[in-house]
Design a binder for this molecule. Sequence first.
Ligand SMILES: [Mn+2]
Length: 142
Amino acid sequence: MPTPSMEDYIEQIYMLIEEKGYARVSDIAEALSVHPSSVTKMVQKLDRDQYLNYEKYRGLVLTAKGKKIGKRLVYRHELLEQFLEIIGVDNENIYEDVEGIEHHLSWNSIDRIGDLVQFFEEDESRIKGLRQVQENNDKETT
Ligand SMILES: [Mn+2]
């Protein structure tokens, strides 16, 4: 199993390749706000663990294993963003909060959150009902 830090890298690499067709060390460093030398180190580790193939001058490619995990990690991130949005978390907090929790939930919890997101999305009135509760709670505290 990849560590939280490895997960962040695999997730970013997967997204970069989806968006641009390739992932450069400098792009990964920028996306994760880390030094390029840290990226090189991690990329070498991910290569050893067979998540990707890295050749210094030819860039990197995800292996089948890396792609499969990358796809699930991106799905998990997006699902958790949707979840926080649905429960009414302020936009400015969503990205940071997802980054904070995404590595610490079991896939069991992710699947159940997926059900909950689906439950709300299937019927707009459910979201409205939740907003009503929130409005009432806000009134009580202000
Ligand atoms: Mn993430």
